[in-house]
Write a protein that binds this ligand. Sequence first.
Ligand code: MN
Length: 738
Amino acid sequence: METEIITPEAELEKKEILNRYRGLLRSCRYKLDDSDKKLIRKAFNISLEAHKNARRKSGEPYIYHPLAVARIVAEEIGLGAIAIACALLHDTVEDTDITLKDIEGMFGKKVASIIDGLTKISGVFDASSSLQAENFRKMLLTLAEDVRVILIKLADRLHNMRTLDSMERTKQLKIASETLYLYAPLAHRLGLNTIKSEMEDLSLKYTEPALFAEIAQKLKDTQAERTRYIHKFITPIREALHEQKFKFRIFGRPKSVYSIWNKMKNKGVPFEEVFDIFAIRILIDSPSEQEKSDCWRVYSLVTDYYYPNPDRLRDWISTPKANGYEALHTTVMGPNGQWVEVQIRSERMNEVAEKGYAAHWKYKQGGHGEEDPLEEWLKKIRTSLENPDSNALDFINDFKLNLFADEIFVFTPKGEMRSLPVNSTSLDFAFDIHSQVGAKCIGAKVNHKLVPLSHKLNSGDQVEILTSSKQAPKADWINYVVTAKAKAAIKALLKEERNKQAAEGREILKRKMSHLKIDFNDENINKITAFLKLQDSQELFYRAALERVTNKELKEYLEAKDDKTNNQAQNQGPTLEELVSKARGKQDTLMIGDNMQNLEYKLSPCCNPIPGDDVFGFITVHEGIKIHRVNCPNAIALLSNHAYRIVKAKWTSQKLISFLAGIKITGIDKIGLVNKITQIISKELNVNMRYISFDTNDGTFEGNMMVFVHDTAHLTDLMKKLQKVDGVVKVTRIDTNN
Ligand code: MN
């Protein structure tokens, strides 16, 4: 038998643990029956035993943490016995010897599956951001199974934030930023507004301690003045409400430090200029069938005293926010010419506003069979998660966008209401109905008027989608949509479409290659892909399907291939020098110069040599000697295969006549750009042009031109000048203009 030595400190701790446990039971918002109490007691005992040797960073017994999380779950979120038991057990499988099997044996399948969800998502927010995102995605997947997993996780995170003081600074920063980035928006989406606010404030406290302290101090300093003002504002309304026999509460509430900081940051104003530092809240105790009309009666009463700003009336009673929030908000002109926000709602609405869905369910039970908006939302998450293509980081971004987005409400032709994020387009609406409707969408009628796919919808619009069986999704559709659902669907459809086209392109390419006597095999396909600088063979086939792999390109590939082979041969064989002197002997160097017109020389149009270029002559059967540049694309083939026809050549004096050279300019399309370029060429340098073409595409331009220059120095000078033109990115010499 082991004997335990019990110190007075340990005795005190034991008492404190029991105190906290009793506090948890008292804080339950549900009436617990005997089996509930038994379940919670059992979970507490097992957790206490499992964590008995562990301590938190602060030195406190570890069990304080699960007890605190359970209390948040019970008191602040308002969940029942199963969730409370799970909160007590939430760290056991991860941190102690207890296994999931043990849990299942002791508590059954339901509790085990929630603990499993919690274990999978706990402690995983480490390492890279993409891993974080992936884990967040997993977390949301488990959320779709049982929303309690996420609610307990939020409680866990909230308690960790409340006790962040004992952590090292780097950990504080990491945990606080994660909370702001992922958990607070999630709490918001689930309607847990109080928790969301506290998370934001705590995050700010640790990420921006000085700023946080400053704003908190200013709020404190202005408190007396604010209280006086609120009193002055409230008094006449309070009297009127009494007169009308309302049961109500009315009070002023300062906004959170975080929301004030956010306004300062977004509007670039100091604390003193943030006008809505507080809001007036009027909560009425009204039977549910009367609460809507009662809220409007209160509104009308408030506006009898203070003039409302018509642009700032928000009716979230007729159409609650997606997170369940219901209230009437208005901003009125208060005493001293100050705008004041007034929030009007029933006590029931208030509980939903503070506790979110947990409260919502409570009131919904035995409701009228309409679909639960939370279920709807979870369904949406599920579909976006199930898309195997969606990259975790993309997903988080889309998801966060949807988390923060305010909503609009639009209607189908039959009058069914759908909610979409603000800035949604007709195409978003089409994909919201069904991905096949989206895929075949050619336009829409909004309030009976024809609009394009990219048309932005407004609340109250009635939208009819027009489809055509011939329609196929386009790449730029991605730019027309804001919803994660539409984005994921378009990406998947495009990929599918591309694969289909690639299969057709493969056949087209096969025919083309056999025509040019190139074997259709993996080696050649890979080489052509590399030659055309494409990503993979799939892209090559896709281009072939669009007729964008030309015979010319394939021929160039063949030539390059030959050149390569010849190049290798040449490395072992004679050099250009040797070839030429072999053919003609040293004394036979051809002098090309001012008098060249009298001779039977021609400058080859394939590379347009100009004085200064390294050149050679090539004896042709019908056209005399043709001068090529040594780096002419054809040069190597000519030099190596027809060495006996090569003439060594050199330029003599120039300047009197001009030679044709090609220039290619690429850059960003700007007004007056073409004008500037042509001015430099014709006026400044007095160069004649023979050919010029400009193509613009999507803000970029490509210019090709053939100009007459004296020599390479002249050409280089011209190119340098062109390079300096604003908007020009690259100037290169080209052989010809085709
Ligand atoms: Mn924990």
